[in-house]
Design a protein around this ligand. Sequence first.
Ligand code: NAD
Length: 383
Amino acid sequence: MATKTLNVGMIGYGFMGRAHSNAYKQVGQFFPGDYRVVLKAICARDEAKAKAFAEQWGYESFETDWRKLIARPDIDVIDICTPNNLHKEIAIAAAKAGKMILCEKPLAMNTPEGVEMTEAVEKAGVANMVWYNYRRIPAVTLAKRLIEEGRLGRVFHYRAKFLQDWTIKADLPQGGQGLWRLDVAAAGSGVSGDLLAHCIDTAVWLNGAMSSVCCMTETFVKERMHTLTGKVEAVGIDDACIFMGKFANGSLANFESTRYARGHKAQYTFEINGEDMSISWDLHDLHRLSIYDYKDESKLRGWRSIHVTDNSPDHPYMANWWVPGLAIGYDSSFTHQVADFLMGLETGKPQGPTFRDALETQQILDCILASAKTRQWVDVPKT
Ligand SMILES: NC(=O)c1ccc[n+]([C@@H]2O[C@H](COP(=O)([O-])OP(=O)(O)OC[C@H]3O[C@@H](n4cnc5c(N)ncnc54)[C@H](O)[C@@H]3O)[C@@H](O)[C@H]2O)c1
């Protein structure tokens, strides 16, 4: 029975605003605990749209200026669901006001911003988390458990891909609602910060720190009309980003991301090859984890696909959902993230990824872009 409340003030009501709101509504039903999440206020610049969103999703109130939201004494946690260029200013103001913060990824536009944000939350002593939600897809969390149990043995390779195809059209504009991802001033970078950031967060979580990287980027469409200025402007983001690298454990990294892979919508995949076991996962089939266990009897050895839907504690998070065999989806990873955040508050043990964890990903992102620019290998600074 919940005895405490957590009042959420969310900024931005786009894709992530909806995904997070859905998670806040689900968490108390599927992961009941000490805290009851209250949808206190939504903040967006357009009053009519903010009001409509509040009514649709059950927020008690709305604001049109995020500074006013942060100043409200009835808000406990600020949830940042805005484009990347606003993360820093909002997070630092929220930390100074003593609010807990849930911030969308990538943490920041670049490492110096991320450092400021991390120092601000740590100085303020406020609970903080970054929405690298793929960690909490049950099959991915199961991969983490297998690794922690030492089943892979020495790891040789980690390869990841995140492929999309929605920006191939050369007459697609950049900037503004929905297209801010193509505008370097709002996004900071292209597919690296948008897509590879997820792959890097998962990789560092599963396989440990990266020590060096060597990267190549490409911007296939060099100029696009800017929605906000009405002028044709240079495109400053990376449309595709491919890098190799080395992890501190000696394994080799091979990463690729693009929005020009015709036919692929959101194909995030990773594969890890260890001496004793290989593991692979595909977002398009997200409840399955494929493994090859070299310790199996030779006559039975082969890739097997585990349907990670058992409701025993062996399959992470699934005991709180349906009966074995019934899948949950992308949206549930956000519910799991909120459930773990609340568990962190209850136990006093902060759950990652914290701002500091996300700073490590930010640093790798900066290193790959520096490598692409200089055409040199870059060592990742130790955190
Ligand atoms: N975790 C994930 O899997 C995931 C997926 C998509 C996006 N994201 C991240 O979430 C963030 C938002 O992305 P999105 O896809 O939801 O974008 P979106 O364009 O769908 O929504 C952005 C929202 O921010 C609002 N906004 C912009 N400026 C504002 C301001 N000054 N005050 C208040 N609201 C403002 C916009 O009106 C819009 O509602 C980005 O940082 C992105 O990288 C994460």
